[in-house]
Design a protein around this ligand. Structure first.
Ligand SMILES: *Cc1c(COP(=O)(O)O)cnc(C)c1O
Length: 359
């Protein structure tokens, strides 16, 4: 068997032991005689899978009891609409802090439902910085403050949780589970699964119970947090297989030592890669060192004409999906939880060799 190191931003690499377990259980889950794909979501087997995933996720993130955890569909993008529908009255103010492409999309969708105020926008630095909260133009009457803790495309990450008088809503798609986070500071955390959790098709929403029950009447019931919380995320058939694989990833994370251990590993991974980029004139990363992402590391070559050569030779060395997002160009290495230090080391070795032969 040959596995490459897959630096894709998402869907992204998964832990090999999880994939092997999926393979081993694929046709007969725990002597049920069925694949998880074939089970009723309301039957006893899936109930066990669902409850275990929920309790492992709660443990990993130390989610307070008065928060609901929802296992939904529609991706993070659907939450761009679900958050205002659940939390904002029609025409009510909503504050957005925009530090990249995803935050901009969230604000654009929010404007369909509320009176969007862009409290801060890092466009002036081409989204390479986090604007200081003291400069944010906030509204007292906002339904919530939305931000994107990690911008997957630009590789810009908050190293702090903003203070907020109004509920804080965070799109954590590409940073959730990369290190501990104080969930109690947030009103809503949401994340598409395909970056740092599991397969596509699943969206995690963690919502403070005090925010439930405020959805406006026209909210599709599938998007109504209260309805889904009451139904155990089973208002309709959930993404059972993705939920199951996510649960295996949660169990794997717990075996690894939980999020403190992941934080240590992830810090070591990103430090090793940034230090190679910073030590060279051949590679560069444009992001303010205070705002650099732990999970998505864009870098450019001094001579962009070498980009295709770099990508082709990297792929030839088993280092795949390093092409930067089309809006940014250059390269991007996504190094989520499932990317081991050995993968980052292999990338560094390749980069050093490429610089030696092309620099
Ligand atoms: C990938 C991503 C999205 C989009 O997620 P979907 O699940 O495809 O809707 C939104 N926000 C961030 C931060 C992302 O990384």
């Amino acid at each position: 068997m040959s596995r490459i190191y897959n630096f894709s931003a998402g869907p992204a690499t998964l832990p090999l032991p999880v994939l092997e377990q999926v393979r081993d259980e694929l046709t007969d889950w725990h002597q049920s005689g069925m694949s998880v794909m074939e089970m009723s979501h309301r039957g006893p087997h899936f109930k066990q899978i669902a409850e275990r995933a929920d309790s492992d996720l709660r443990q990993l993130l130390s989610i307070p009891q008065d928060y609901s955890v929802l296992f939904l569909q529609g991706g993070a993008t659907t939450q761009f609409a679900a958050a205002p529908l659940n939390l904002a009255a029609p025409g009510q103010r909503i504050d957005y802090v925009v530090t990249g492409s995803w935050g901009k999309k969230a604000a654009k969708e929010g404007a369909r439902y509320g009176d969007v105020n862009i409290a801060a926008d890092a466009a002036a630095t081409n989204y390479t910085t986090i604007p200081s909260p003291t400069d944010w133009d906030r509204s007292d009457d906002a339904a919530f403050l939305h931000y994107t803790p990690n911008e997957t495309i630009g590789g810009v990450e908050f190293q702090f949780i903003p203070d907020s008088e109004v509920p804080l809503v965070a799109d954590m798609s590409s940073t959730i589970l990369s290190r501990p986070v104080d969930v109690a500071r947030f009103g809503v955390i949401y994340a598409g699964a395909q970056k740092n959790i599991g397969p596509a098709g699943l969206t995690i929403v963690i919502v403070a119970n005090e925010l439930l029950g405020q959805a406006r009447p026209e909210t599709p019931s599938m998007l109504d947090y209260q309805v889904q919380a009451n139904a155990g995320s089973m208002s309709n058939t959930p993404a059972t297989f993705s939920w199951y694989v996510a649960g295996l990833v949660f169990a794997w994370l717990r075996q690894q030592g939980g999020l403190d251990a992941m934080a240590e590993r992830n810090a070591a991974k990103k430090d090793s890669l940034y230090s190679v980029i910073d030590a060279s004139d051949f590679y560069s990363n444009p992001v303010d060192p205070q705002a650099r992402s732990w999970m998505n590391i864009p870098f450019t070559l001094a001579n962009p004409e070498l980009d295709p050569v770099f990508l082709e030779q990297a792929a030839g060395n088993g280092l795949a999906n390093l092409k930067g997002h089309r809006s940014v160009g250059g390269m991007r290495a996504s190094i989520y939880n499932a990317m081991p230090q050995s993968g980052v080391d292999a990338l560094i070795e390749f980069m050093n060799e490429f610089e030696r032969t092309h620099g």
